[in-house]
Design a protein around this ligand. Structure first.
Ligand SMILES: CC/C=C\C/C=C\C/C=C\C=C\CC(=O)SCCNC(=O)CCNC(=O)[C@H](O)C(C)(C)COP(=O)(O)OP(=O)(O)OC[C@H]1O[C@@H](n2cnc3c(N)ncnc32)[C@H](O)[C@@H]1OP(=O)(O)O
Length: 292
């Protein structure tokens, strides 16, 4: 059973297990898909490709996060798989980040439940024993960028519209300390300081330069590149790589784990402020009006 902080996520988020489909893939591997998380297994290679499918922009709603958490738990417990490629099924968008509608006009209990799920997905991805390769095939702001930052390697498709970064300040909000820690671990303190304060969204060339991604490739090569990177990482004995990954990441994850409840309370009181609600509503409104 999938648990989120000791509770059954299936019940809390109203996601029905019946919504999942379980079939067998051509190679005999069990293929499972929920509404919004598609898993393409390659049992022979030990790799599962997760495709995010929450149109139009893969915003991380509570239900979507819950499905993703369940999917990761299943893969983590299935010895068939040693690596995950994380990518998007929504054309041009990797993920628009946290779903702003989960953070606007709701009550404190909802904000707390939502934030616990955001923490959970980060911990699951960041501490995964598997090799995680992000095949970033679209725009990747804020929480979308964070998901990519949890991975062991990032490949970005070469399209100037596919910008990536932690742009929270542009929304009038603050990247939580663990978003910041993950970014600092990736691009270093000085670059993170500038990127976070200015809310920078980097186009591919700059993202590569600053170290936000490891490789930029033509869009049609993104999956093949992710596969070839994966095979390089999977050539390392699991126990040695996993212990090394844990050694590199444990302190950062423990920082959040130790302050998890306080972080939830901080988030709830911050996001409940009238001024913050107003900023988020204005931002959402601007997004909607962009088309007109
Ligand atoms: C004391 C401190 C304590 C704690 C810390 C406190 C606070 C930290 C809290 C939160 C941290 C949050 C991190 C986040 O992830 S916030 C989300 C940030 N995301 C963004 O800024 C991205 C916004 N979206 C875009 O820029 C674009 O949509 C795009 C580039 C992703 C895609 O562009 P398109 O032109 O292809 O699509 P659009 O027309 O813009 O959008 C289509 C549709 O989707 C809606 N939408 C877009 N993004 C979101 C979103 N993040 N959440 C909800 N909905 C979103 C958009 O409004 C359109 O809707 P309609 O079709 O008009 O209804």
């Amino acid at each position: 059973m999938a648990l989120l902080a000791g509770r059954t996520v299936l019940l809390r988020a109203g996601v029905r297990l019946g919504a999942e489909a379980a079939t067998r893939g051509g190679n005999g591997a069990r293929r499972f898909a929920s509404h919004r998380v598609l898993v393409e297994p390659d049992a022979a290679a030990g790799i599962a490709t997760i495709k995010l499918k929450n149109p139009p922009v893969n915003s991380l709603s509570l239900e979507f996060l819950t499905e993703l958490i369940i999917c990761l738990e299943k893969l983590e417990n299935d010895k068939t798989f040693r690596g995950i490629i994380l990518t998007s099924d929504c054309p041009g968008i990797f993920s628009a980040g946290l779903d702003l509608r989960e953070m606007c006009g709701k009550n404190p209990a909802h904000y707390a439940e939502y934030w616990r799920a955001v923490q959970e997905i980060w911990l699951k991805l960041y501490l995964s024993n598997m090799v995680l390769v992000a095949a970033i095939n679209g725009a990747s702001p804020a929480g979308g960028c964070l998901m990519a930052l949890t991975c062991d390697y990032r490949v970005l498709a070469d399209n100037p519209r596919y910008r990536i970064g932690l742009n929270e300040t542009l929304l009038g909000i603050i990247a939580p300390f663990w978003f910041k820690d993950n970014l600092v671990n990736t691009i270093g303190h000085r670059a993170a300081d500038r990127a976070l304060q200015l809310g920078l969204l980097f186009p591919p060339t700059e993202a590569l330069q600053v170290g936000m991604v490891d490789q930029v490739v033509p869009e049609d090569q993104i999956h093949s590149t992710a596969l070839s990177v994966m095979s390089q990482w999977l050539a390392i004995p699991d126990h040695a790589r996993q212990l090394t990954k844990s050694m590199m990441r444990k302190a950062t994850a423990d920082h959040l784990i130790k302050q998890r409840e306080a972080d939830i309370q901080n988030f709830v009181s911050f996001i409940s402020k009238d001024s913050i609600q107003k900023s988020l509503q204005v931002y959402l409104e601007k997004l909607k009006q962009k088309k007109h």
